[in-house]
Design a binder for this molecule. Structure first.
Ligand SMILES: [Zn+2]
Length: 44
């Protein structure tokens, strides 16, 4: 079993954590550079 990996579009780090949004659904936050947004790279 492999987990879905997320990559930050800003620093390309993979230290991404999901945050539940209110209206737009899920957002993601990068713990490395502080990026927050809905756009992340996914490698399934
Ligand atoms: Zn980042």
């Amino acid at each position: 079993m492999s987990e879905k990996r997320l990559y930050c579009p800003k620093c390309e780090g993979n230290n991404i954590v999901p945050e539940a949004g209110f209206i737009t659904g899920y957002k993601y936050r990068c713990r490395d550079c502080g990026y927050v947004g809905v756009l992340v790279y996914q490698d399934e």
